[in-house]
Design a protein around this ligand. Structure first.
Ligand SMILES: *Cc1c(COP(=O)(O)O)cnc(C)c1O
Length: 418
């Protein structure tokens, strides 16, 4: 059972001012979750979360996270520009990009961001672009092969294929890269890896931490480089389906601590700072897409047409991702109807749900599509000339603020040459 963070009464008030569709975010949920994460890693004095901006690139959200002590993880020119305008400065900004255009390294350096290199050849790119390498530098590791952690206590297996992913240095490149960076004047080194996405297991971070901690000790021993921070990156997941167990961030923090005390502390590296670049875990459950049923269609299947479409939330169309749907005001009715809930794109994958058991839906009903706070509005696009919806923030005091307006035809036409 998933319960929306907003009531039907509140939504009826909101839609009088801002018509559907829109994304709505929950300030209380965002802040409480950010505080839980901080508490889970409070044992590591240097710990910091750098929110992955790509998940929810909205200043109204970034500023909340800034107040909660987070930095930002950027991966493009415009994300860097947004971070700067939101008041993130210097080492508040992590720059983890790949296939990086040189001018983006230049801006990252100008802002004083920590640069995370994706490839050994980017050392020369940095030299050519900046004329030097920064004193603080991070490198992204890719162990190759298949990464898996056996069925966790919760019964979920985590598996991903780093060997198929375009990111990061090989192990040998990492040793060579650290040596070269040191020769070129780098002084503080970081190590980063992202091995699996949307993991539902309290073992993902501790397992990744073990890999990175052992590697950090070897790197220090063999290259003499001072590894001063380790970035566990993103990948901690959220339960999109109502029957999935949520991760326990306190257990995750404790598991990472055990690895830290077993590996880093005995090696004399008990001063290493940890950081994370979580996106989904920070925001997904604290945002929803609110849409209205505007058509019903009875052909070979039962369809409900809503006023949102994949332009507002691409995950179902792109990955077949599950997003839970609550038909507001009908929570107590049996889910005795089976619907495809669809948007208006001329693309048959524009379906928020396929064969979904739901209560009987009446035209005009408000539907809450859950867990759209990360990689939701952010992945939107303008195919079919569809305009992306705006974003609203439900404040802790119950008031609502617009943090991004909906697109208008003028926005769509703005780049055209007539
Ligand atoms: C996407 C991304 C993240 C965030 O991933 P989540 O799965 O949303 O936690 C973090 N770091 C990098 C480099 C990314 O590309």
């Amino acid at each position: 059972m998933k319960t929306p963070f907003v009531t039907l009464g509140q939504l009826q008030e909101i839609v009088r001012r801002w018509p559907t569709p829109f994304h709505l975010y929950d300030e209380r949920g965002i802040r409480e979750n950010a505080r839980r994460l901080r508490a889970a890693f409070a044992w590591n004095p240097g710990f910091r979360e750098y929110f992955a901006v790509k998940a929810t690139p909205t200043p109204g959200i970034l500023k909340l996270l800034k107040e909660e002590g987070c930095g930002v993880d950027c991966s493009s020119l415009t994300e860097l520009m947004m971070a700067d305008r939101c008041g993130f400065h210097g080492e508040d900004i992590f720059f983890s990009s790949n296939d990086t255009p040189p001018e983006e390294f230049a801006l990252a350096e100008r802002l004083g961001a920590i640069i995370n290199l994706d490839d050994i050849t980017h050392i020369d790119c940095l030299l050519d672009t900046l004329g030097h390498v920064p004193e603080t530098i991070c490198c992204r590791y890719n162990p190759g092969g298949v990464f898996s952690i056996g069925a966790s206590k919760e019964g979920f297996q985590v598996m991903d294929t780093p060997g198929e992913s375009k990111y990061g240095f090989t192990r040998d490149q990492l040793f060579a890269g650290f040596r070269r960076l040191k020769e070129l004047g780098a002084k503080r080194f970081g190590l980063h890896a992202f091995l699996a996405s949307n993991t539902l297991s309290n073992e993902y971070y501790p397992t990744l931490a073990g890999i990175l901690f052992r590697l950090a000790v070897e790197l220090r021993d063999e290259t003499g480089c001072a590894v001063s921070f380790i970035d566990l990156s993103g990948g901690v997941g959220v339960p999109y389906r109502p029957d999935q167990p949520a991760n326990d961030i306190m257990a995750i923090g404790a598991g990472v601590r055990r690895a830290y005390e077993q590996i880093l502390v005995p090696a004399g590296m008990g001063d290493v700072s940890l950081c994370t670049e979580l996106g989904r875990f920070m925001l997904a459950p604290y945002g929803c897409l609110v849409t209205r049923a505007i058509h019903e269609k009875h052909t070979y299947k039962e369809y409900i047409g809503v006023d949102a479409c994949a332009a507002d939330l691409m995950r179902p169309a792109m990955y077949g991702a599950y997003h839970h749907i609550t038909v507001m005001g009908r929570e107590d009715q049996p889910c005795d109807h089976t619907y495809d809930v669809v948007g208006a794109l001329c693309e048959n994958n524009d379906k928020f749900a396929v064969d979904r058991p739901l209560p009987p839906i009446q035209m005009g009903d408000l539907l809450v599509i859950h867990d759209t706070g990360a990689h939701g509005r952010a992945m939107g696009y303008n195919y079919n000339g569809r305009l992306r919806s705006g974003e609203l923030l439900l404040r802790e005091d119950g008031s609502v603020e617009m943090i991004r307006r909906a697109e208008t035809p003028e926005d769509y036409f703005a780049t055209l040459v007539w």
